[in-house]
Design a binder for this molecule. Structure first.
Ligand SMILES: Cc1cc2nc3c(=O)[nH]c(=O)nc-3n(C[C@H](O)[C@H](O)[C@H](O)COP(=O)(O)OP(=O)(O)OC[C@H]3O[C@@H](n4cnc5c(N)ncnc54)[C@H](O)[C@@H]3O)c2cc1C
Length: 538
């Protein structure tokens, strides 16, 4: 058995001291979501000197608010985007292999109520299998009515004809982001959360670094380096605008906004609303969208929506009609209709969809889910779009563009293909399916390190121990109650009411560990965004 590597410490004062050291970085990454973290890891593994700064916490943006699917994208197949599907299927296999504790195969069942649905959708899914080839996770199967009910015990039985079962994957998005950050750090990268880039610096018309500010102390740092990657998700246009002004082209097409944000809402209810271990997939809802009911960490995620949204709120609110849409469409396919009272948490994510230059911001359903890389006249590299599943391929693409534009020295790519992420480095560890409630299984091969900390047997609630909070503070960059309960543990996304109750105890442990104010009252306030509003008393 391979001995798991000792987890590195992530004490803030040490990180800030390193940030203050004079250094010329090969790569400066702005933004600690899937995209930026993927780039930082790929660059670090190539032996480049890397720094990544994130204005809030890692994955605080879109990357903790996905539907949690590692997928080729069945619906992109319907749009005829074969290349995107093939690449995503390939990346799906790599991710399941490199982070088995955080990403796993999941069966999906599409129940059929009309005679034509099974052959119609079944053929598409057989094509999905064919595209996956040896990367397939299991064969698409046609199910009888009783087999469908065995897979989805609580699916609406009236008029049920049968079903089609296919395979994709699911993952723990925020913990995968942390695993990327920690793996990059293990390869020498410096990653700092709560450090916002406030300005870009230029030298004779070329990008030459960034200015960033510690969001706690206000201390300002000048980071130097000629390769700056703008991986700020839906917020990329802010830095692009600044860069455009520096290049002397305030009104040029280069600085026209490239992102058309689209909001996606998820509603979480108890897993008993679906039962079983498979996910439910509805290929076409009343208004032509795809709806998923996905068992995840002991609960059931229902979603999502696709609504254009022009403000770039950090905590976007669900529109009432989006909640109603998810609940009413779910009710059509479930024996027991979920009501507002059953909702444990609601979360909203903004998709960074890339719009064509003449787009005026109408519907976003048809916009490309592929990533876009732009290199500006000053050399600022902006990358956005794409999806979590393909973060690794995106990162390779970014670095090869940087090489082509001579922003970095030539290095060999492809090194992350077989790179196990932190937590995947032992032959065996207690393994549980991601549809089971949270617990030590999320730590993979690091479980023993968590168990060795004080409070390992002190369970604050199901799946959350005192030792996990200590581990998060010592090794996972956690500083606030929100960091702990939203992204190290996923309690806020699973049960916002319970997360709110846990706040004082978690705050106490964090304060003991970090000596810093863990922002407990801010978290309690935040929980209100994740709880459904009472319609009579909004
Ligand atoms: C509703 C929804 C469901 C989805 N479901 C799936 C799915 O099931 N599977 C899948 O593969 N993909 C899915 N996606 C897509 C996927 O989540 C995104 O493509 C991905 O998370 C985008 O990551 P990112 O790093 O580009 O953006 P983000 O995660 O938003 O990261 C950008 C980061 O930049 C930081 N930042 C901004 N400005 C600054 C600054 N000035 N200085 C420093 N940092 C800054 C932000 O704080 C943020 O953390 C979904 C997306 C949505 C919205």
């Amino acid at each position: 058995m391979v001995t798991p590597i000792q987890p590195r410490l992530t004490h803030r004062r040490d990180l800030m001291a390193r940030l203050a050291e004079p250094c010329h970085y090969d790569v400066i990454v702005v933004g600690g979501g899937a995209t930026g973290l993927g780039v930082a890891l790929d660059a670090a593994v190539r032996g480049l000197r890397v720094v990544l700064v994130e204005s809030h916490d890692f994955a605080k943006g879109t990357s903790s608010r996905s539907t949690k699917l590692v997928h080729g994208g069945v619906r992109y197949l319907a749009q005829g985007n074969i290349g995107l599907v093939r690449e995503a299927l390939h990346e799906r296999t790599l991710l399941l292999k490199n982070a088995p504790h955080l990403a796993q195969p999941l069966p999906f069942v599409m129940p059929t109520y009309q005679w034509w649905e099974a052959p119609f959708y079944g053929i598409g899914l057989k094509m999905y299998d064919a595209l996956a080839g040896s990367a397939g996770l299991g064969r698409t199967e046609f199910l009888s009515r009783s087999e469908t009910l065995a897979q989805l015990p609580m699916v609406q039985p009236a008029s049920l004809k049968g079903g089609v079962k296919y395979w994709d994957g699911q993952f723990n998005d925020a913990r995968l982001a942390l695993a990327l950050a920690r793996t990059a750090a293990a390869h020498g990268a410096l990653l700092v959360n709560y450090c916002r880039v406030t300005a870009l610096s230029h030298d004779v018309g070329r990008i030459a670094g960034v200015v960033c500010e510690d969001q706690f102390s206000g201390q300002v740092f000048q980071l130097k380096g000629g390769c700056v990657i703008n991986a700020t998700g839906v917020w990329v246009d802010e830095l692009r605008r600044q860069d455009g002004v520096a290049a002397g082209g305030a009104a040029s097409s280069e600085t026209q906004p490239m992102v058309a944000p689209s909001q996606g809402v998820h509603v979480v209810v108890d897993r008993s609303f679906l039962g079983g271990e498979a996910a439910l997939m509805v290929p076409k809802t009343a208004d032509g969208r795809v709806l998923f009911a996905v068992p995840w960490l002991g609960k059931l995620i229902l979603g999502t929506t696709d609504t254009p949204r022009h403000d770039l709120a950090r905590e976007p609110e669900a529109f009432e009609e989006e909640i109603e849409f998810i609940l009413s469409e779910s009710a059509r396919y479930l024996q027991r209709a979920p009501t507002r009272k059953d909702v444990r948490s609601i979360w909203v994510g903004l998709r960074p969809l890339v719009k064509p230059p003449d787009d005026e911001g109408g519907s976003t359903k048809g916009l490309s889910r592929e990533h876009t890389i732009l290199v500006s006249r000053t050399g600022l590299v902006t990358v956005t779009g794409g999806k979590w599943t393909t973060y690794r391929a995106m990162a390779e693409d970014v670095l090869s563009q940087c090489t082509q534009h001579q922003l970095i020295r030539p290095t060999s790519g492809g090194q992350t293909k077989n790179l196990g992420l932190v937590g995947a480095d032992a032959d065996s560890f207690e393994f549980k399916a991601l549809c089971e409630p949270e617990g030590l299984h999320s730590y993979g091969s690091e479980q023993a390190w968590v168990r060795a900390l004080p409070g390992a047997e002190n369970w604050l609630c199901e799946g959350l121990s005192e030792a996990m909070v200590r581990f998060a503070a010592r090794h996972e960059y956690a500083l606030t109650v929100e960091d702990m309960l939203a992204r190290r543990s996923r309690l806020l996304f699973l049960d916002a009411g319970l997360a709110c109750q846990m706040a004082p105890t978690v705050a106490e442990i964090l304060t003991e560990e970090t000596g810093q104010d863990p922002a407990q009252s801010e978290f309690v306030h935040l929980c209100q965004h994740y709880l459904i509003r009472d319609q009579e008393n909004p």
